[in-house]
Design a protein around this ligand. Structure first.
Ligand code: NAI
Length: 247
């Protein structure tokens, strides 16, 4: 039980990687706050499964890019759980398109959810973690934030932005016992990647030395390490989990 007594808030956790992280953290004894902007029924199903296995937590639905809703949600969570030890900024969207056809609103929407959402949550939760003098913040970047990807200039800019944000906040919060790290996944099998054209999936597969895509549970395992006591001396890092796609 590597997270017993902890409370973890994972954004965008109704499905995909976020859901796998919630399940993994709950299995290690953490209370889990399942939060998303959509799919409340799925979030409640996950909570029911956690509770059936003897775990605990709550569902808190909100949009990570809405500052007022973020502040209200963090207050609700603190009132219900008493503390937040782990924040995983996982909520993300894509709006792909080649530069010449990329609409301004698709650029803004992707920056708003992925990057601004990470800023809003980090600000609201770290205020509490600073008082607590401990905390773990894990931000979801992406391999494309480092290597780029045609058709994803908005998304890769947001994910590269998360790297800079992670390093700056790691420096600001280190003296208060709060670590901040980023995970940069490669190609993980979720609804987000299932939506990519088959030709794109095939071309990625050919470039991956390990010769396969990863499952969300493998990302959850890395998040568990970063959230655990054992990662106390790791901060400001970007950890790739990409099958060797980018080294
Ligand atoms: P997903 O699309 O399956 O899940 C993302 C979740 O975020 C959804 O449940 C969605 O409703 C939620 N969400 C979207 N906008 C939101 C908002 N404004 N407020 C709150 N929740 C919101 O995606 P997946 O694949 O699980 O990705 C999770 C994270 O990992 C994302 O940040 C993604 O960019 C990142 N990532 C995923 C990779 C992959 O191959 N699947 C690769 C690299 C990074």
């Amino acid at each position: 039980m590597r997270l017993s007594g902890k409370v973890a808030l994972v954004t965008g956790s109704a499905r995909g990687i976020g859901k796998a992280i919630v399940e993994r953290f709950a299995a290690e004894g953490s209370a889990v706050v399942i939060s998303d902007v959509a799919n409340e029924a799925a979030a409640r199903e996950t909570l029911a499964a956690v509770e059936a296995a003897g775990g605990k937590g709550m569902v808190e639905m909100f949009d990570v890019s809405d500052a007022a809703r973020v502040d209200a949600a963090v207050k609700n969570i603190l009132a219900a759980q008493g503390r937040i030890d782990i924040l995983v900024n996982n909520a993300g969207i894509t709006r792909d398109g080649l530069l010449m056809r990329l609409a301004e609103e698709d650029f803004d929407a992707v920056l708003k959810v992925n990057l601004k959402g990470t800023f809003l949550l980090t600000k609201a939760v770290s205020r509490h973690m600073i008082k607590q003098r401990s905390g773990r913040i894990i931000n979801m970047s992406s391999v494309v934030g480092m290597m780029g990807n045609a058709g994803q200039s908005n998304y890769s800019a947001a994910k590269a932005g998360i790297v800079g944000f992670t390093k700056s906040t790691a420096r600001e919060l280190a003296s208060r016992g709060v670590t901040v790290n980023a995970i940069a996944p490669g190609f993980i099998k979720t609804a987000m990647t299932d939506g990519l054209p088959e030709a794109v999936q095939k071309s990625f597969l050919e470039q991956i030395p390990l010769g396969r895509f990863a499952m969300p549970e493998e990302v959850a395992e890395l998040a568990l390490f970063l959230a655990s006591e054992g990662a106390g001396y790791v901060t400001g890092q970007v950890i790739g989990i990409n099958g060797g796609l980018y080294m």
